[in-house]
Structures are given as structure tokens and as C-alpha cells.
Design a protein around this ligand. Structure first.
Ligand code: SF4
Length: 385
């Protein structure tokens, strides 16, 4: 596991404190999306197909920091859209660091070399560069040639400048375990500080619906990849920026229930219900999100849209809480890696899940009506492309 010790200690202390004060649901990672606009149009993305008026909106620095304070999570992940398109993103990052929160900026790296000088290395700050595989796989995933090479160049520059730099990879159906094992070796050779992996979630609005993974295929794929790590004598172990028990869950060895409140999401629309992946309504405040969301309606086994989900934003918090409750189990997985053979843990039955509801257009239409009525829509120049 590549999570720095000081981060693991602070997050662990935070989790213990939440248990001691008897808090049943608490956030671990705030997903902050200051804008939806992106400079790529990936086939598996469910975030960028909003009307231009919405793509032109952004959260101000004050709104971002208010969200950080309201939520109180020890880790903030800034995603989007492409965060480096936000003109004041450096001020957002500085404000979060000043609060002694860990901040990770997810970027496709197309603007990273140009904007890197706006940031300074800091033990609370990491870049997370999107890389979905080797050159062929990544350029195909982001639907544009040359993006892999630019990302690799930016990673080298970030590392040379002293930034903690990880990569995040989303895996889709048809992924080849041999190629992914070679890819993970190659990113370790680049000197990255960690790898964050997740199976792609089947966003209902993503252009490519054919290549999302079922839970069974996800577990088989990750077993296939992790088993290859053990067959590389003399090679450095892959460093993942995730808890060992989350990786063990991906390999089918844990029956975890989703804890979507662990990764609350703040976007232009408000606090997103129930999670980073589903927008089924929005709360005005974090308190309202936590108290007024009917959490039992969501998660695998409860809701049709959650049936195939094994994404970190639903299950990493579950794994971290389990690690704190069962440190010996967590230590064994950290030492030996996820088990890749033998029976899998039972999965959650789906026979009682409620059917999917489709609410996308209602909140988009409401936001559009609000924007038009305010007549203060920022024009394109508010976005520094
Ligand atoms: S299982 Fe959890 S994280 Fe996944 S879509 Fe459902 S609520 Fe969101």
C-alpha cells in the first residue's frame, strides 16, 4: 500500500474518533467537482454531456472551501470535468492544504505541464493522473491519440519537481490481465507513488454502454491481474493508493455493503444523492444530505442501478472502516496481497432490489431554468481552456 504513513495515521485517528463519539455515518473522502467541463470526451464518462450553459458553470473558491468545511472529511479528491480548466484551482488547493486536509487533484494531464508552476509540492498534496492502460489502451479509452504520451511526460515532470504523483486507472470489460500486469509494472518503473484502480461504473449517460463490467467479471479480472503480480520474481510490488481490503474486495474475497456517505460529492447542482456515480437528487447542505437521504434505498441489493457497482466511491470507505475494526485481517492482506484462488465470498442477492428510476433530466432542467432566470451565466471566458 502506498498511502503515506502520516496520511494513514491521520485518517485512522479520524475513523477511531468517529467511532468513539458514536457517529454512525461519516465522510472519509469528499469528492469535489468544481466544474463538469473537460478537454477530453471519453466514451466511458458520465459527467460531460451536460448542456453548454451547465458546462460553463463552476463552483467558486469560497463555495469549494465551504464544502470542505461543511463536510469535514480528512481527504478531498478534486475531480470533474478537468479541474485544471478551473481558473482558480490553485487557490482551492491552497485553501484545502491550509486546513490540513489531504488533497488529490485528478487530471488527464493535458494542462499539467502548463499549470504545474501554480502549485508547490506539499505533504498534503498529490496529483492523480488518469491513465487507463498502456499507450494503445489509454488513447482508445480517452478517444484521442497522443494523450498517453502527454500524460507520461507530465508525470515525469511532476515527479522531477517533487510532487507526490499517483495514477488512476478505470478498467472496463475485455481488459487483458497480462496487459494490465505489464502496465502496472511500467507505471512503477515511471516512479509513480501509487496506483488507484477501479472498475468502470455503468453511467446511464456514458456513450459506450457495452464495456462495463459485471461484478462476477470484475472479480475474475482483478484475480487475474493480482495473480500475475505474484509471478514476477525479483520485481518490485505494485503500490496501490487504496486499502488492501478494498483490493481484496475487488478480488471477490469480501462481502461488503456500499457506504456511499463515506465519499460524499459536491457539484454545481449541490450535494449529490446518493454518491459520486448516481445523481438522484441534490441537497443544499451537507447536513441535509446526511440526514434527509434515505440511504437504505441505495447500494448493491437495494437498487437496480447499483447491481454491478464495485467502485471505490462506494466500497473504499467500507474497506477502511473494516480495516480499523479488524487490523489483523488488514495486515495479513497487506502482507500477502489479495487472495487470487479458492472460493469467492458470497455476493449480495439482487432479488429484492428496487427498479431503476430515471431522474436525470429533472435536475438538469431545474438548473437550466435557474441559470436562465439569473441571467448571470458566466461566458466561456470564465473557463481557462
Ligand atoms: S453501489 Fe453505492 S457507490 Fe455504487 S452506484 Fe450504488 S450507491 Fe453509488
Amino acid at each position: 500500500m502506498s498511502i503515506p504513513l502520516h496520511q494513514a495515521f491521520r485518517v485512522g485517528a479520524y475513523v477511531v474518533k468517529q467511532h468513539l463519539i458514536g457517529r454512525k455515518r461519516y465522510p472519509l473522502v469528499l469528492m469535489l467537482e468544481p466544474l463538469f467541463r473537460c478537454n477530453l470526451a471519453c466514451a466511458g464518462c458520465g459527467k460531460i454531456d451536460y448542456p453548454p450553459e451547465i458546462l460553463n458553470q463552476r463552483l467558486s473558491v469560497a463555495e469549494c472551501l465551504e464544502a470542505v468545511d461543511e463536510c469535514g472529511a480528512p481527504v478531498v479528491v478534486i475531480a470533474g470535468g478537468e479541474p485544471l480548466l478551473h481558473k482558480e484551482i490553485d487557490q482551492v488547493v491552497q485553501g484545502i492544504i491550509a486546513r490540513k486536509k489531504f488533497v488529490i487533484v485528478c487530471t488527464n494531464a493535458l494542462l499539467l505541464e502548463k499549470k504545474m508552476d501554480l502549485f508547490k509540492p506539499n505533504k498534503f498534496f498529490s496529483w492523480s493522473v488518469h491513465l487507463d492502460g498502456d499507450k494503445a489502451d489509454h488513447d482508445k479509452s480517452v478517444c484521442q491519440d497522443g494523450v498517453y504520451d502527454r500524460a507520461v511526460s507530465a508525470i515525469a515532470k511532476a515527479k522531477a519537481a517533487g510532487f507526490r504523483t499517483i495514477i488512476n486507472a478505470t478498467l472496463f470489460d475485455g481488459a487483458d490481465p497480462d496487459r494490465y500486469a505489464a502496465f502496472f509494472d511500467s507505471v512503477m518503473d515511471m516512479g509513480v507513488d501509487g496506483i488507484s484502480v477501479s472498475p468502470g461504473y455503468a453511467y446511464e449517460r456514458a456513450p459506450d454502454q457495452e464495456h462495463f463490467l459485471s461484478r462476477k467479471r470484475t472479480k475474475e479480472l482483478f484475480r487475474g491481474i493480482f495473480s500475475r503480480e505474484k509471478k514476477r520474481p525479483g520485481k518490485r510490488r505494485w503500490e496501490f493508493n487504496q486499502s488492501g481490503l478494498f483490493l481484496d474486495f475487488l478480488a471477490g474475497n469480501q462481502t461488503y455493503h456500499c457506504t456511499p456517505w463515506g465519499n460524499p460529492t459536491r457539484t454545481y447542482f449541490g450535494w449529490q444523492r446518493p454518491c459520486y456515480l448516481l445523481g438522484e437528487g441534490y441537497a443544499k447542505t451537507f447536513k441535509e444530505l446526511m440526514e434527509d437521504t434515505d440511504w437504505d434505498k441505495y447500494g448493491t441489493g437495494n437498487y437496480e442501478k447499483c447491481a454491478n457497482c464495485m467502485v471505490h466511491s462506494g466500497y473504499e470507505a467500507t474497506a477502511v472502516m473494516d480495516s480499523v475494526k479488524h487490523p489483523l485481517k488488514a495486515a495479513m492482506v497487506a502482507l500477502n496481497g489479495p487472495r487470487t484462488e479458492g472460493p469467492m465470498a458470497p455476493d449480495i442477492p439482487l432479488d429484492r432490489q428496487r427498479p431503476a428510476e430515471y431522474v436525470y433530466s429533472s435536475h438538469v432542467q431545474k438548473a437550466l431554468a435557474d441559470i436562465r432566470s439569473r441571467k448571470t451565466q458566466p461566458e466561456q471566458e470564465s473557463i481557462d481552456a
